[in-house]
Design a protein around this ligand. Structure first.
Ligand code: NAP
Length: 240
């Protein structure tokens, strides 16, 4: 069994990949999860080339059984879970009158429901780590749009606000078991998700994935008696 193990969703790209890299550097054996197997294999190869222990599991996380399969695969491979990162997410822009139900469901199922299901499926493993060292950690990707709802991204904003409420509830419920939960709420980060806005916001003016990963490193270092429920990343001039 490794000394520390982490499970990261959305790890094939952007923020999830940067956090997986940081957790590997911090001595964690990794389970990396995302939807498209080819893209995930490329990311896993990159992480292995950097010297990290990596188990890749491709899964569509809108499916409840897939979430359970991912956690079972992680448990089988490593037998412990110290850090869970819920980074897989999707945003579909739409004016309210044009909202398509199937896209509402997809955003709710991935951005919110999958996180709930991951907590349920990981609870026993996280409790075991929490009882061992009092510093089990769950990082949930919210968004600045979850702090201040955005037009056109209304459904996405609602899912991300729910992630913050869920994270607060989990802190209250699980902190006594040595399990901390943190919601990260960034503005625009330079990843494939923000390609749609690059004409208006230059990539060099966006937050960097490495900065988000650095916050996770900081969270690993905080003492068991310190809870950081939420971190907001704003770009200069961006207001809530
Ligand atoms: N980028 C930003 O400006 C920003 C700002 C605030 C918050 N966030 C949040 O941060 C998180 C990561 O975003 P990012 O910018 O890193 O996005 P990204 O580069 O587009 O990566 C999204 C990741 O989620 C995976 N994913 C998407 N649908 C999935 C599904 N149904 N099942 C399993 N995995 C799925 C993707 O895998 P595939 O490519 O294989 O689908 C990919 O690994 C998201 O929750 C996002 O809402 C991003």
């Amino acid at each position: 069994m490794p000394e520390r193990a982490a499970l990261i969703t959305g790890a094939s790209s952007g923020i999830g990949l940067a956090i997986a890299t940081a957790l590997g550097e911090e001595g964690h054996a990794l389970t990396v999860v995302s939807r498209r197997p080819d893209k995930l294999a490329d990311a896993a190869a990159e992480l292995r080339a950097a010297g990290h222990e990596v188990h890749e599991v491709a899964a569509n996380l809108v499916d409840e059984e897939e979430v359970a399969r991912v956690v079972a695969a992680h448990r089988e491979r490593y037998g412990r879970l110290d850090v869970l990162v819920n980074s897989a997410g999707v945003g579909v822009g739409s004016a309210v009158a044009d909202i398509v139900t199937k896209r509402v469901d997809m955003q709710l199922d991935l951005n919110l429901r999958a996180i709930v299901l991951f907590y349920r499926e990981c609870a026993a493993l996280l409790r075991a780590a929490g009882s061992e060292h009092r510093n089990a950690l769950v990082v949930n990707l919210s968004s600045i749009s979850g702090k201040s709802g955005q037009p056109w991204l209304s459904v996405y904003s609602a899912t991300k606000a729910a992630v913050i409420a869920w994270t607060e509830a989990m802190n209250k419920e699980l902190a006594a078991d040595g399990i901390k939960s943190v919601a990260l709420a960034p503005g625009f980060v330079d990843t494939p998700m923000t390609e749609f806005i690059r004409e208006q916001v230059k990539p060099e003016d966006m937050i960097k994935t490495a900065d988000i990963a650095e916050a996770v490193r900081f969270l690993l270092r905080t003492s068991p008696s310190c809870v950081v429920p939420e971190i907001v990343f704003q770009r200069p001039g961006e207001t809530l």
